[in-house]
Write a protein that binds this ligand. Structure first.
Ligand SMILES: *Cc1c(COP(=O)(O)O)cnc(C)c1O
Length: 365
């Protein structure tokens, strides 16, 4: 089976095997070692000396933790969004009472740092900026470095949704002064869904001290106090910690530069492959993501049928489009555990399935 959706992503065998181990006491010595070891390894991938807290939650829980631990109701925040996940981050802040100024970019395009600059200039009372590194719904990776520089120039808090990018696309948390960075185990980490990893800078801890949004399960201060003794405030998903521990070893063996290069290589191969069939990419190619490729549905083709055919006849599972993109695009994820041979199979499957649904390059698009 080629599971090529942008999470959950496939897990290596040793990661899967690790979860067959017996449980341990999450208030005992084994879990203490495990939690501290996982945290140490996570810091390497996040490229941070700051704190990292691992929460039993999906990525959205991590986004919620970032918001409620640093903001107060009534705080003005700038949301920089170019898709479903950017909008979701903004909605979380809004639900908890933040006054959200939404800077929206056309889906398929990247955020324009100049417009972010203008917004920061014209809204001096903005406290924090919410931004998505890789917008999974459109297959766009934002040019994050200049946005980070700008946010810091204006001395604002910077919260980054890196759920689908961390561990696959370079994001030096400390060097780019990101205050809170959120990721999740089922994306680039080659681990199953269920853990959200959240980095917290000194600046974010200062914000935390005066933040008054309600929080209980996702109280990061509490999580930090428990992590200091090798625990979590609430019962953690113990098998997922086993899995992440092994997955991180695999990542360290390959090494970050090699991981980034592999994603970049396979993404180019995917883009070139679909273009060779006569299909069009949905994302602005200058910002096309290295972890997921969004492809425009050929005129008259039913995406559901295409996905069904690929799955039933070729064992290939692709994602459709979300919200208003449903039916208009399909997405090929190349995130985490993926190599050239995998993508060769996907492209071959596509080349066989497309004509069966009446697609011939010359008469479409
Ligand atoms: C997957 C994803 C999320 C979180 O989704 P969950 O289903 O809650 O894990 C958030 N942001 C981005 C960019 C994502 O790709």
């Amino acid at each position: 089976m080629q599971l090529r959706v942008p999470g959950p992503t496939p897990c290596p065998d040793d990661v899967l095997q690790s979860m067959t181990r017996q449980m341990v006491d999450h208030r005992g010595a084994e879990f203490m070692d495990l939690a501290q070891r996982v945290t140490r390894k996570l810091k390497g991938i996040f490229q941070t000396q700051g704190d990292i807290l691992t929460l039993t939650a999906s990525g959205t829980g991590g986004l919620e933790a970032a918001v409620v631990n640093t903001l107060s109701p009534g705080d003005k925040v700038l949301s920089v969004s170019c898709g479903v996940f950017g909008d979701r981050f903004a909605t979380v802040a809004e639900k908890y009472g933040a006054e959200v100024v939404r800077l929206r970019f056309e889906w398929g395009k990247a955020a324009d740092p100049d417009q972010v600059h203008r917004m920061l200039q014209s809204h001096m009372d903005i406290k924090a900026v919410l931004v998505t590194h890789n917008e999974t719904s459109t297959g766009v990776t934002n040019d994050l470095a200049p946005i980070c520089r700008m946010v810091k120039e204006f001395d604002k808090l910077l919260l980054v949704d890196a759920v689908s990018s961390l561990g696959a696309i370079d994001l030096p948390t400390d060097e780019w002064s990101c205050d809170v960075v959120i990721s999740a185990s089922q994306k680039g980490w080659m681990a199953p869904p269920g853990l959200a990893m959240v980095s917290v800078s000194q600046r974010a801890w200062e914000a935390e001290r005066s933040a008054t949004m309600p929080r209980f399960y996702f109280d990061l201060n509490k999580a930090k106090a428990f992590l200091d003794k090798g625990q979590t405030p609430w019962t953690p998903a113990v098998p997922l910690f086993y899995a992440l521990d092994v997955a991180l070893d695999g990542m360290n063996v390959e090494g970050l530069p090699n991981i980034f290069a592999r994603h970049s290589r396979i993404a180019s191969m995917t883009r070139e492959g679909v273009k060779r069939f006569g299909l069009s990419l949905f994302a602005d190619e200058d910002y096309a993501s290295n972890v997921v490729t969004a492809v425009k549905t050929p005129e008259g083709m039913n995406v559901k049928e295409l996905r069904k055919l690929l799955k039933e006849e070729h064992g290939i599972v692709l994602a459709g489009g979300q919200q208003k993109l449903s039916g208009h695009i399909f997405r090929i994820a190349h995130l985490g555990l993926v190599n050239e041979a995998d993508m060769e199979q996907v492209l071959t499957g596509l080349s066989l399935a497309l004509p069966k649904l009446g697609f011939s390059p010359d008469k479409t698009l």
